[in-house]
Design a protein around this ligand. Structure first.
Ligand code: ADP
Ligand code: MG
Length: 367
């Protein structure tokens, strides 16, 4: 990678990559022990790295336009926490992590809900595991990357993003059971069905994301506790009448119905009935808007405009309060639907959205 050579004046030992992701369906279900169905984007984060002989880590990021150096004695703030968190969690897990010099670059948009944070953690984790020859099975890696983000960077995210960045497969969506961490790679060939997945980055400014995310998580835990269940994964719609708080009932209803929509989507995809997942996507959006209350005017506008322009289904993807929308559209219609969303945004005085067509790519790998 040319940036590594520019920064360090030598060739790296290797280059590793991990992708961003969109979640086809299953939002805020991961930390409720439920089901998710993300796929990896072609956009990815690259880490070029070389081993050094001392326990120090130097990281330059093109996106941060900054170089940082840390050792084991300090707690790293800012973007470096996503890298230092990986070093920390690997050591906590008992691994002898090699010191390294790294150069990072990415075409995953930062903070757009496409999980650039997990792409960074996962690319760094994969690089360090290879550089150090660490005996670390792939199916154990997402949990470690998640802990780096939860316990070091301080974002209480679930297991979906890191699982997608590490375990996704080209041409497939990743059906993940977040309780058992069992995965099934579900063929997701939209082109063969004459369709395309249009992603629209709404560019909506994120509003209180971390606080609101944590509040939803707490509400779900509270609902499960009141229901006497280990997690909302185990709850039924019938049981919700025993919850006194209308707000908790709505939050729990989103999770219960969303888990079912993931299962229904998987069943349709297994049967090759791709077009029919559209209504489930749209129902997922309504549930996020009305029951979970995590959408904002920009994402609601994008979904409505895409549906009016003929999309088979559309929904916000990611944690909410901004971010991206995805729409299932006829293959020849992507430009027209994107233009309809752009014009609805212009009408409402929102910043211009950024559309792209998403094709499922591979998970983390060494290039
Ligand atoms: P998302 O994961 O949806 O993109 P997050 O807020 O979870 O949004 O993560 C974005 C943060 O991750 C950035 O603000 C930055 O701190 C860090 N990050 C991600 N990619 C990079 C990168 N290539 N270089 C530096 N920091 C990055
Ligand atoms: Mg993130």
């Amino acid at each position: 990678m040319k940036q590594f050579v520019t920064v360090y004046g030598a060739e790296p030992d290797g280059v590793w990559a991990a992708p961003g992701r969109v979640n086809l369906i299953g939002e805020h279900t991961d930390y409720n022990d439920g089901f998710v169905l993300p796929f990896a984007l072609p956009q990815r984060t690259l880490v070029a790295a070389s081993r050094v002989d001392t326990p120090t880590w130097t990281v330059w990021s093109e996106q941060a336009d900054e170089q940082i150096t840390f050792d084991l004695s300090e707690r790293v703030p800012g973007w470096g926490a996503y890298v230092a968190g990986v070093v920390w969690v690997l050591r906590e897990a008992g691994f002898d992590v090699p010191g390294a010099r790294m150069a990072v670059t990415s075409d995953v948009p930062l903070g757009a809900g496409l999980s650039s944070s997990a792409a960074l953690e996962s690319s760094v984790l994969t690089a360090l595991a290879d550089l150090g020859g660490l005996d670390l099975p792939v199916d154990e890696r997402p949990r470690l990357a998640q802990r780096a983000e939860n316990d070091y960077a301080g974002m209480p995210c679930g297991i979906m993003d890191q699982s997608a960045a590490i375990r996704c497969r080209e041409g497939h969506a990743l059906f993940l059971d977040c309780r058992t961490l069992d995965v099934e790679h579900i063929p997701f060939d939209v082109a063969a069905a004459g369709l395309a997945v249009l992603v629209v980055d709404t560019k909506a400014p994120h509003r209180h994301v971390t606080g609101e995310y944590a509040a939803r998580r707490t509400a779900c835990e509270e609902a499960a506790r009141l229901l006497g269940l280990p997690a909302l994964r185990d709850a039924t719609l019938e049981s919700l009448s025993t919850l006194d708080s209308p707000e908790l009932r709505r939050r729990a209803r989103h999770v219960i119905t969303e888990d079912q929509r993931v299962l229904d989507t998987v069943a349709l995809l297994r049967g090759g009935r791709v077009r029919e997942i559209g209504p489930l996507m749209t129902a997922s959006h309504a549930s996020m808007r009305d029951d979970f209350e995590i959408t904002v005017p920009e994402v609601d506008t994008a979904v409505e405009a895409a549906l009016s322009a003929g999309a088979h289904g559309a929904r916000m993807t990611g944690g909410g309060f901004g971010g991206c929308v995805l729409a299932l559209v006829d293959a020849g219609e992507t430009d027209r639907v994107a233009a309809a969303v752009a014009s609805a945004f212009a009408q409402r005085g929102f910043s211009p959205p950024e559309p792209f067509v998403a094709v499922p790519g591979p998970g983390a790998l060494r290039l």
